[in-house]
Design a protein around this ligand. Structure first.
Ligand SMILES: *[C@@H]1O[C@H](CO)[C@@H](O)[C@H](O)[C@H]1NC(C)=O
Ligand SMILES: *[C@@H]1O[C@H](CO)[C@@H](O)[C@H](O)[C@H]1NC(C)=O
Ligand SMILES: *[C@@H]1O[C@H](CO)[C@@H](O)[C@H](O)[C@H]1NC(C)=O
Ligand SMILES: *[C@@H]1O[C@H](CO)[C@@H](O)[C@H](O)[C@H]1NC(C)=O
Ligand SMILES: *[C@@H]1O[C@H](CO)[C@@H](O)[C@H](O)[C@H]1NC(C)=O
Ligand SMILES: *[C@@H]1O[C@H](CO)[C@@H](O)[C@H](O)[C@H]1NC(C)=O
Ligand SMILES: *[C@@H]1O[C@H](CO)[C@@H](O)[C@H](O)[C@H]1NC(C)=O
Ligand SMILES: *[C@@H]1O[C@H](CO)[C@@H](O)[C@H](O)[C@H]1NC(C)=O
Ligand SMILES: *[C@@H]1O[C@H](CO)[C@@H](O)[C@H](O)[C@H]1NC(C)=O
Ligand SMILES: *[C@@H]1O[C@H](CO)[C@@H](O)[C@H](O)[C@H]1NC(C)=O
Length: 396
């Protein structure tokens, strides 16, 4: 016992004496003494890892910058990690499988290369007082965070937030997403708001309760909504989508409004949105380079500006859409719609592109049966869509 009491302080002192502020790779911290020693470095050049067996609280004190990564991987006994002075982690801030970590306190942290967090089952909140404003990647999975308060990035390359089952709110000043934003399998009640988001490449929303993007003006890639509880989606400023646009299995959705949208570079899919009765929120949509594929329970489909559909065209509904079908039939006749064509109402099982409406005996060109509102001119139609889009819609 007396030996142990003597040895511990001696090691701590030794740590201070040999504090090294620059390593070529990674320095590994075993305990609070090691951290205290490093805390005297204003900038640490290299990466810092926290050892698997660490039980102490780790405090990086007044250290201001880490030029490499800060990594805590599979440390099951650490509860507190912080640094009052840390402003920058140039590399990756990686927390993975840190089971009882409950306090993450970096009140001045503003810049991180990559936030990569996974499996933090006791992390309920962040103590990031200033808030992270710059990060090229934010990837947060399997935490107990109830909000992302403390992360308020303006621009990001990739933003992936998944399986955070208590996350009730995602709201930040994001303006640009240069690669992708994906939200999925978080708390299904999660309310999402990006009031300043103007431009994104790809965005995918799954299992959200509401999604607000009032400033969104353009997307180079695709946007999809799958399995959300959203009741409506509006993008009043969105004019152009470079890829495709999809609304699938959003069981509460009753209103989609994209009043300025003129062009879709890919396909347009509206499928299995049980309560969606009216599709009339696209008054300026003129060009669809891919396929149009709508199926559901709607009774009204209006696309008054439609001037060019280069891919396949499929609309099937359980409702009576004979009026819509007769409008689209004339667009097919005048070759506005260039691909294969299907428009059928009063279907017991309204299907997606590639399915033949029930009631048809042998598919394309077959004799029209009793299904009212059905107009079938699919035989011999030209497939103007790309293989990629066709595959996406299950046509190949
Ligand atoms: C986590 O650390 C424990 C020992 O502390 C080790 O047995 C286990 O293999 C590690 N797991 C992973 C995934 O690294
Ligand atoms: C999301 O917003 C709705 C409507 O304001 C609210 O009722 C609900 O509680 C919010 N969800 C969460 C998880 O806070
Ligand atoms: C965001 O994207 C817009 C449009 O592409 C661009 O003009 C602007 O410079 C970008 N902002 C930042 C901070 O990257
Ligand atoms: C955007 O999404 C499309 C379709 O899912 C995919 O093919 C493409 O690689 C994505 N692009 C980026 C930059 O993520
Ligand atoms: C929508 O776009 C207009 C014109 O570009 C702009 O003045 C307006 O502020 C935008 N609205 C939002 C909510 O960003
Ligand atoms: C996004 O699309 C715009 C307009 O089509 C184009 O000018 C820009 O270069 C594209 N950005 C990327 C990253 O592809
Ligand atoms: C989440 O959305 C997916 C579709 O993207 C769906 O299959 C799944 O059932 C949804 N989960 C919940 C909990 O709503
Ligand atoms: C659908 O949403 C738009 C935009 O929020 C709104 O102007 C319109 O009145 C809504 N339509 C219905 C039927 O609620
Ligand atoms: C729509 O629902 C039907 C029946 O549940 C299913 O077969 C089909 O795959 C769904 N379509 C999409 C695009 O999810
Ligand atoms: C139509 O509504 C019924 C319930 O009223 C639902 O079971 C079915 O999945 C819906 N069909 C589509 C294609 O959304």
């Amino acid at each position: 016992m007396s030996i142990l009491r003597f040895v511990l302080p001696a090691l701590a002192v030794a740590g201070t004496a040999f504090a090294q502020c620059s390593v070529s790779g990674t320095t590994t911290i075993q305990n609070s003494g090691d951290a205290t020693a490093l805390a005297s470095c204003k900038t640490f050049s290299g990466s810092i890892a926290i050892a698997t067996g660490t039980t102490d609280n780790i405090d990086l004190g007044n250290m201001q910058a880490i030029t490499g990564d800060l990594v805590v991987n599979n440390a099951s006994q650490i509860t507190t990690l912080g640094g009052a002075g840390l402003k920058t982690i140039k590399g990756t801030f990686n927390l993975d499988q840190v089971q009882i970590l409950s306090t993450l306190s970096f009140p001045q942290l503003t810049t991180v290369g990559t936030i990569l967090w996974n499996a933090l089952p006791n992390l309920q909140q962040l103590t990031f007082t200033t808030g992270v404003q710059m990060a090229s990647t934010v990837n947060i999975q399997n935490t107990e965070l109830s909000s992302l308060d403390g992360i308020n990035v303006q621009t990001v390359d990739t933003f992936y937030i998944a399986n955070n089952r208590y996350l009730g709110d995602i709201n930040m000043q994001l303006t640009n997403v240069s690669t992708s934003l994906i939200l999925e399998a978080n708390n299904p009640g999660v309310n999402v708001s990006f009031p300043n988001l103007i431009w994104a490449f790809n965005m995918t929303f799954r299992n959200c309760s509401s999604v607000q993007t009032p400033s969104l003006a353009s997307l180079n890639g695709s946007m999809g909504f799958y399995g959300n509880d959203i009741q409506s989606y509006a993008a009043p400023n969105l004019t152009e989508v470079g890829g495709s646009l999809s609304f699938v299995s959003n069981t509460q959705l009753t209103n989609i409004s994209l009043p300025e949208l003129t062009q879709l570079g890919g396909g347009f899919q509206i499928s299995n949105n049980t309560l969606l009765k009216t599709i009339d929120g696209f008054p300026k949509l003129k060009t669809i380079v891919g396929a149009l594929d709508f199926n559901g329970n709607f009774t009204d489909v209006e696309l008054p500006s439609l001037g060019d559909v280069r891919g396949a065209f499929n609309i099937q509904s359980s409702g009576d859409i004979s009026k819509a079908c007769s409008n689209f039939q004339s667009l097919k006749s005048s070759s506005v719609i260039k691909g294969s064509y299907e428009c059928a109402g009063l279907q017991s099982k309204p299907g997606g592109a590639g399915t033949t409406p029930t009631g048809t005996a042998t598919g394309a060109g077959a004799t029209k049966t009793g299904a009212a509102g059905r107009l079938d001119v699919s035989a011999g139609a030209v497939m103007g869509m790309s293989g990629v889009l066709a595959a996406m819609f299950g046509l190949l």
